[in-house]
Ligand binder design. Structure first.
Ligand code: NDP
Length: 611
């Protein structure tokens, strides 16, 4: 359908009306944590808890989080000769997101070739374009084993305090298991989505049936397993799933097949475009996997995500299609008309066409016209996390499955026997909360600790007016500490691992330099940090997170990332420009903006030997 045939004004009004319905004054405060509802919901169903003695030693590098960030940084540090890297992880093994999320159908949404880190180093050939969760988790274990990261790791352990010891020039690390050890350097890779949340409605703890969050999937109850074995214990069960985000899109088809009855409680529909998963042919893989291939693929993806000159697209997926569409719309304008207003209008037109296509897809797939109507997303594609799936919409044709659309209001409460929505009670045996993860809350609240840097200053104080870093990685007043996260850096939300891979290179380069030169500490200067923050604030922000969008975590529940939150945006010019900047910064070898030193060092515990 062409834009001229669309009633643009009517569609934009519909977008605004649907947004208005969903706006709520409590924003992020509408949610509650699992353990606040009741403790059992937060329990790890995947690995038994093992008693152990507290650890009281010294390591060179302690890293908080055993997901992709901890693994890739750990691997690069081990390659650089750091022998004792300690991962501290709240899960029972490595994997992070992929440790917790084992729900049926879980798989990556970004192509495996660029989503799974260290493929070249490990030699693993992904089995599918979009690998399933078990394969990704096993890949994490492979990395940990290959790079010796299990040796010092602490699992089922949460850091509760990280404190810089000035005279000793090292960090004191305390955990909820009584550990109290020191580390010359600390890294933090707690991940953007690691604190699971529930709707803040009453009654969650009163439900007498079985309930769990998707990140705590209980296969002992449902039957089946994360490898796709059918959930044979649900055949006589009525199941409710609350939420229709990217997680629900992946697991609803499996529940629809397994349960006697499935109620899908929807507040806002996801946009669900074509997935087109396929096996990866090992012969093809070997033909492209020449030395340096994965970095070339990372570069190619990011190139195709940016607004520059079009280049051959290795990935050809929904993400690169979004960028290509926006770029083509802009390039259709004569260069003399490249004003910000014209470019925005071209983007809007292209987006309207795409969303019509996605809405038409619902009609083409879903048999029941009323259900199809309710499954249509009325917002721009990048307002909420775009989804790609080839059997989600089809699940609503299963006779077992009923969509309970709440017209933007959400479920009302939970009773002892089921779920209340639209003033009606739905009696069920099991409630699955696909209600997502905390995003817009303060970093220190989500991390569970508040770094105590030089002079006892807390990170929350340093960031009172907003995030302050150099490269999104180093913080003035917090020596020998590294954050692995995308804000004030690449901010490549469609491929989070690329951000991690790049930060890991930087950390390994900085630590190698400090160790080779015998420096006790490294820290960004105040000026360098201030200049970086100004540079970030001088940018245009990103297309994500407009407060005009329907509420969700992309736009801080409709309130936008304004004021102090504005500082958490990415590098001006986007991810490609950031990675190029960092490549030049590392290559220069001058570590501009960082100060290495030994001032006032006393009784500094020696690092493990470097080669
Ligand atoms: P989301 O936050 O995306 O979705 C939560 C869902 O719960 C939304 O549909 C939300 O509705 C709904 N909800 C919240 N409160 C209520 C309520 N009171 N009543 C009814 N519904 C309610 O969480 P997900 O776990 O789905 O996804 C989180 C993120 O994890 C994704 O955005 C993605 O980045 C990542 N992910 C990645 C995958 C991958 O392939 N790599 C796969 C799965 C997830 P509303 O929209 O109205 O707020």
């Amino acid at each position: 359908m062409t834009t001229t045939m669309l009633d643009k004004a009517a569609i934009k009004k519909k977008y605004a009306d649907e947004r208005e319905k969903r706006l709520r004054p409590d924003g992020n405060a509408q949610y509650q944590r699992l353990e606040r509802a009741f403790r059992d919901l937060a329990t790890d169903p995947h690995t038994p808890w093992v008693e152990r003695d507290p650890v009281t030693d010294h390591v060179t590098f302690a890293f908080v989080g055993g997901g992709f960030a901890g693994l890739v940084v750990g691997a690069r540090l081990r390659e650089a000769g750091v022998r004792d890297v300690r991962i501290i992880e709240k899960g029972g093994d490595v994997g992070g997101t992929w440790y917790w999320n084992r729900y049926p159908g879980a798989q990556c949404d970004t192509m495996s070739m660029i989503y799974l880190p260290l493929l070249e180093e490990t030699g693993h050939i992904p089995s599918e374009r979009y690998a399933h969760a078990t394969e990704i988790r096993r890949h994490c274990v492979r990395i940990a084993k290959q790079f010796g990261l299990y040796e010092h790791a602490l699992f089922h352990t949460e850091v509760i305090e990280l404190e810089w010891l000035e005279p000793k020039k090292c960090w004191r690390v305390q955990t909820n298991r009584g550990d109290d050890f020191t580390a010359k350097y600390v890294g933090m890779g707690t991940g953007p989505l690691h604190v699971a949340k529930l709707p803040g409605i009453e009654g969650v703890e009163r439900f007498r049936g079985k309930s769990f969050h998707t990140s705590r999937w209980d296969y002992a109850y449902t039957g089946g397993d994360g490898d796709g074995a059918p959930m044979d214990r649900l055949g006589d069960k009525r199941v409710a799933i609350i939420g229709t985000g990217a997680t629900a899109v992946q697991c609803v088809p499996h529940l629809a097949k397994a349960a006697k009855r499935l109620f899908v409680f929807q507040r806002t529909p996801s946009s669900v475009d074509v997935r087109d998963n396929r096996p990866i042919d090992p012969a093809w893989f070997r033909s492209i996997a020449t030395p340096g291939w994965q970095q070339r693929w990372y570069d190619n993806f990011v190139e195709n995500q940016s607004q520059g000159t079009p280049t051959e697209d290795y990935i050809m997926d929904g993400w690169t299609e979004i960028s290509r569409r926006i770029r083509e719309a802009i390039l259709r304008l004569p260069p003399s008309e490249w004003t910000p207003e014209n470019m925005l209008a071209a983007f809007e037109d292209a987006d309207l066409r795409k969303m019509e296509e996605i809405r038409d897809r619902v009609d083409a797939i879903v048999d029941d016209k009323e259900t199809a109507q309710k499954l249509k997303a009325w917002y721009q594609q990048l307002c909420k996390r775009p989804c790609f799936h080839d059997s989600y919409l089809q699940a609503f044709n299963e006779p077992t499955t009923e969509l309970v659309d709440t017209d933007g209001k959400g479920v009302e409460r939970i009773s002892e026997t089921g779920v209340w929505a639209n003033g009606r009670h739905y009696e069920v045996d099991c409630i699955v909360y696909a209600s997502g993860f905390e995003v817009g809350t303060d970093y220190t609240l989500r991390a569970g600790f508040d770094l105590k840097g030089r002079g006892g200053r807390r990170l929350s104080e340093h960031w009172q007016e907003g995030m302050r870093t150099l490269h999104g990685l180093h913080i003035h007043g917090f020596p020998n500490a590294f954050m692995v996260q995308p804000n004030q850096a690449g901010n490549l939300v469609s491929n989070v691992p690329h951000n991690i891979v790049d930060h890991a290179k930087t950390i390994a380069a900085v630590v190698s330099h400090a160790e080779a030169e015998g420096f006790a500490e490294v820290e960004p200067t105040q000026d360098a940090e201030a200049a970086w923050v100004s540079l970030i604030l001088g940018g245009n922000g990103s297309l994500l997170g407009s407060p005009d969008c329907t509420p969700g975590y992309y736009n801080n529940e409709g309130q936008g990332y304004t004021g102090r939150y504005r500082q958490a945006q990415g590098f001006p010019g986007g991810a490609k420009a950031f990675f190029e900047h960092m490549e030049r910064w590392r290559a220069s070898g001058t570590f501009e903006g960082l100060r290495f030193g030994n001032d006032g060092t006393e009784d500094h515990p020696r690092s493990a030997e470097m080669p």
